[in-house]
Design a binder for this molecule. Structure first.
Ligand code: PLP
Length: 445
């Protein structure tokens, strides 16, 4: 594959943008390919190379790159009639109504501009509501580029994971390993009365796609209830992807106090949202005292794109289509792995998937994983499936980034370059794309 144009653009970018990119995950080795355009489930780079796209903008593009006419028309209308006003519009009320109608725990919602802004505001809200400072996050969990959650360490021995964050910030953030109910119980026993909230993704989508073991979320819910703490589900990735319009909380039957959204709810435009029980969400200014504000919040173009995207998904068989393709792809990958590389495993659910290079090879496996059940005790692969990101080692991460990702790229499949990030299927993908992708995986593995 020729990448001359991308190389030249990268050289230009390097002199004006740190690392040549505007988000560090895009800085793949040896250099990123620059995208010219997209269609359906594909992208084309500036050198004319065409790829099956499983990155999907890191999750927002549920419908793919060809937006349906209704979404295009809404975006066109709101961008030509004056893109924004600094005053409320009907379309943001409509999107809020749609979200509160479908997501079980959400009675009220506030829209912001990114997933990071949503989790920052959610943490502030939980602290304001409870009058407590400490939050608990999962080791290795990711909630955007925010000071409170960029921490490393265990329990209350945490420190910032980036220069520029004062040590004192990490003092308020405690960590537990995902899927370890005993660790959570111990932490609550010691610090329960200081804990404002537990913040977790319902499925860790940034740590190799890790499913909750049976009863884990129920334990967190119970601990929060017993200690007067709030449970925050970060559904920035899983929102309107896992569990359809009810999101992952609907799929798992868990009732968080606060939910953060991003990605899909903006239909491909910058967005974030904080939803939850009215009593909590109404603590935001001006109804309450917890400060929240934003020039671009509830941007009409984003609201219109998000609303029409979700309406389209509701009125068409989008979730059946993407989840069906996901199931086919995971089953096909499982067969390839069983045959060629039983030390690896495929994880995922609904329209999320990932081949994970795990530490332990399974001894035996003679069936396919069902979508989303890889973590159940009854599964023969249960032992080898990642329970948290510690099951993915540095050597395996190197293997993914240096060998596997480039091998897939050379065969025309665009994956997230980081071993910990999920891949996504969109409505524009076809059976043929899945067949082609499976051939590429067979070759690369
Ligand atoms: N929360 C989760 C679970 C995410 O995956 C991300 C980003 O990928 C964020 C928060 C931050 O969202 P954004 O990148 O829109 O700021």
């Amino acid at each position: 594959m020729n990448h001359e144009q991308s190389r030249a653009l990268y050289d230009r970018a390097l002199s004006v943008m740190p690392g040549g990119v505007n988000s560090s995950v895009r800085a793949v080795r040896p250099y990123p390919f620059f995208i010219e355009n997209g269609d359906g489930g594909h992208v084309v780079d500036t050198d004319g190379n065409r790829y099956i796209d499983f990155v999907m903008g890191y999750g927002p593009l549920l419908l793919g790159h060809d937006l349906p006419e209704s979404v295009q028309a809404a975006v066109q209308q709101y961008s030509t009639e004056g893109p924004m006003y600094g005053a409320p519009t009907e379309v943001e009320v409509e999107l809020a109504e749609f979200v509160t109608r479908h997501v079980p725990s959400v009675e009220m919602v506030r829209f912001v501009n990114s997933g990071t802004e949503a989790t920052v505001s959610a943490v502030r809200l939980a602290r304001g509501y409870t009058g407590r400072d400490k939050i608990v996050v999962m080791q290795g969990g990711y909630h955007g580029a925010q000071e409170s959650t960029l921490v490393e360490g265990e329990g209350n021995h945490t420190h910032p994971s980036s220069p520029g964050i004062p040590e004192s910030f990490a003092e308020h953030t405690l960590t537990v390993p995902f899927n370890d109910p005993d660790a959570a119980r111990e932490l609550f026993e010691e610090h329960g009365e200081d804990i404002a909230a537990v913040l977790t993704e319902p499925i860790l989508g940034n740590y190799g796609i890790v499913h909750p073991v049976d009863g884990y979320h129920e334990t967190l819910r119970e601990l929060c209830d017993d200690h007067g703490s709030l449970l925050i589900f970060d559904e920035v990735i899983t929102g309107f992807r896992v569990g359809g319009l009810q999101c992952a909380q609907g799929k798992f039957g868990i009732d968080p106090d606060i939910t953060t959204f991003g990605k899909i709810v903006g239909g491909g435009f910058p967005v974030g949202a904080i939803g939850g029980k009215s009593e909590i969400i109404e603590q935001f200014t001006p109804a309450g005292d917890v400060f929240q504000s934003g020039t671009f919040s509830g941007h009409p173009v984003t609201m219109a794109a998000g609303l029409e995207t979700l309406r389209y998904a509701a009125e068409n068989d989008v979730y059946d289509h993407v989840n069906g393709l996901g199931e086919r792809l995971r089953a096909g990958l499982q067969e390839i792995l069983e045959d060629q590389a039983p030390e690896y495993t495929v994880v995922g659910t609904d329209s999320m998937f990932k081949v994970v290079f795990t530490r332990d090879a399974p001894d035996t496996f003679d069936g396919h994983c069902e979508a989303g059940c890889q973590q159940r005790e009854s599964c023969p692969r249960f032992e080898s499936c990642p329970k948290n990101g510690h099951d993915i080692t540095q050597a395996e991460t190197e293997r993914w980034e240096r060998l596997f990702w480039p091998a897939m790229k050379d065969q025309g499949v665009f994956l997230t370059a980081n071993q910990f990030e999920s891949q996504f299927i969109c409505d524009g993908h076809t059976d043929e794309d899945i067949d082609d992708a499976l051939e590429a995986y067979k070759e690369a593995i």
